[in-house]
Design a protein around this ligand. Structure first.
Ligand SMILES: Cc1cc2nc3c(=O)[nH]c(=O)nc-3n(C[C@H](O)[C@H](O)[C@H](O)COP(=O)(O)OP(=O)(O)OC[C@H]3O[C@@H](n4cnc5c(N)ncnc54)[C@H](O)[C@@H]3O)c2cc1C
Length: 471
């Protein structure tokens, strides 16, 4: 076993971060900004975690459409910190066009004015609900506003049961409530934990009028997060080792040890060498997905550690269709009466400037699509888009791509709240971060960054105290 070499000054407080997704990058930057010597280990060849992109035939495809809302303040601060703030577009005012076959275009949008009145005009004219359903939805919205997203008892019930008790029928759930819950929590409105749904509606839509304005990337996700994040971290003195997986975190006489497996590293010489390595640290941030965290840590480092797999996984599938001509002038739209859920115009971020148009059909809670052959998905959604956008019926699809993320998020069912670990573990100096941890938010980029920032700050403080005590 070898010790990983580091160019850091050995007297500096040392923080190791495991995992190079948004939580790990945020933790690493925060710790470096608080004076720690940071080393980040990522098992894959690339950073960015669940947000990444690849190029085929000159077109950049994201692994899946990512959006954020104006209330995602930590994520926006992260973009600013890594120099990517100018590479996103944030709507001036919430406006989600809703398309349905053979029905006039509707929208969920806000007007000027305080919450929750800002949504009243679009809800009261929403054509996919009857007048009775609209009035019932307004009453349910007002009741929802009174829920406290911090109330852990809300995690005992489904949002579906709550909606039913508040006179929302199946049609209202499908045509209205699910348009908001499905893409934000990646679980159907009927099944999702009431606590997570309350967080989305109270924080996003019903308290602050501007909170739900929607933002998206104008660049491929890898350029937006991974490349810019790596540059920022290196500029702050951090070291990044990719293709190096952590296998265990242990306490040692001089702080903490992170055991590593470098067997993913390609050996160009073909020479045999010892792939096992160990890094020493004063504090460690474990920023890996929930199903990887429990194996890395000594038993009982986290409450409910042996149950982390019960958080489950929920898939997301994206079907990318490149048309030979523009078929819509919308940036994105939601759908009713179609399987297409949400459709995004990705032409700019795909790097297409030859008159073609790239649309991504984003399918959340995609259990029924994850195993379908790509050709079937492309045929099906090409037909769905033609039903929604008349111009697409005559256009040709010149390129297509299906991206599947089997474990895109945890499954936010009732009962999952107690499984989400707090940042501070029971092992001094070890902190956990990730979208799955106890952020109160659904599994989102905002949750990942919030948890990472907190973990990075606490780790830097702990490391600094250990270093000043002479370790
Ligand atoms: C297709 C898709 C669409 C999404 N859409 C949205 C959206 O619109 N809005 C939104 O806010 N969120 C969205 N999300 C969720 C969001 O991307 C994630 O919640 C967030 O990026 C998770 O970040 P993380 O750092 O917590 O975890 P991850 O991104 O999973 O990062 C964990 C990292 O740890 C690494 N790792 C694992 N084990 C080890 C080990 N032993 N040693 C070293 N490294 C290890 C992994 O390789 C990975 O890079 C979407 C996710 C997907 C997949």
């Amino acid at each position: 076993m070898t010790t990983t070499s580091s160019s850091h000054d050995s007297s500096q407080p040392r923080v190791v971060v495991i995992g190079g997704g948004l939580a790990g990058l945020s933790a690493a930057l925060e710790a470096a900004d608080h004076g720690a010597a940071v080393t980040l280990f990522e098992r894959r060849p690339r950073l960015g975690g669940a947000t990444w992109s690849f190029e085929r035939n000159g077109i950049w495809f994201d692994n899946g459409q990512h959006v954020y809302m104006r209330c995602c303040t930590a994520y926006q601060a992260f973009l600013a910190r890594i120099g990517s703030a100018d590479d996103v577009t944030l709507q001036r005012r919430l406006d989600v066009p809703v398309l349905a076959p053979h029905v006039r275009r509707a929208a969920i949008k806000r007007t000027i004015g305080p919450a929750p009145l800002h949504l009243a005009p679009s809800l009261l004219t929403y054509p996919h609900l009857s007048l009775r359903q609209r009035l019932a939805a307004v009453r349910a919205g007002l009741a929802l506003r009174r829920l406290d997203p911090h109330d852990r008892d809300l995690d005992q019930a489904t949002f579906g049961d709550w909606l039913q008790a508040h006179n929302q029928d199946t049609e209202a759930v499908e045509s209205f409530w699910n348009l908001i819950v499905l893409p934000t929590v990646n679980v159907n409105a009927a099944d999702v934990s009431l606590k997570l749904a309350a967080r989305v509606f109270v924080t996003g839509l019903l308290t602050e009028a501007t909170a739900a304005d929607i933002g998206w990337a104008r660049k491929p996700l890898t350029a937006l997060h991974a490349d810019a994040g790596a540059r920022a971290l290196q500029a702050a003195g951090g070291e990044i080792h990719s293709r190096l997986a952590a296998t265990a975190v242990r306490s040692a006489s001089q702080g903490l040890e992170v055991h590593l497996d470098g067997s993913l590293r390609s050996d160009v010489s073909g020479a045999e060498h010892d792939n096992a390595q160990v890094a020493t640290a004063d504090a460690v941030v474990v920023a890996v997905p929930h199903d990887a965290a429990s194996d890395l840590l000594p038993p009982n480092t986290l409450a409910n550690q042996h149950q982390l797999n019960d958080l489950g996984i929920s898939p997301i599938v994206n079907v990318h269709l490149v048309y030979d001509r523009p078929v819509t002038n919308l940036d994105f739209f939601a759908t009713v009466g179609s399987d297409a859920q949400f459709v995004f115009n990705r032409t700019e971020s795909a790097g297409i400037d030859d008159g073609r148009q790239c649309l991504a059909v984003s399918l959340s809670a995609a259990e029924s699509y994850i195993g379908m052959p790509s050709a079937d998905l492309v045929t099906h959604f090409k037909a769905e888009i033609a039903r929604l956008l008349p111009a697409a019926a005559d256009a040709e699809v010149t390129e297509s791509m299906v991206t599947r993320e089997r474990s895109a998020t945890f499954m936010g069912y009732p009962g999952t709240d107690p499984l989400r670990a707090p940042c501070e573990s029971r092992l001094p100096g070890v902190y956990v971060a990730g979208a799955w941890t106890d952020t109160g938010w659904p599994a989102t980029m905002e949750g990942a960054v919030r948890s990472g920032t907190t973990a990075g700050r606490l780790a830097a403080r702990h490391a600094s105290e250990s270093a000043s005590l002479g370790r």
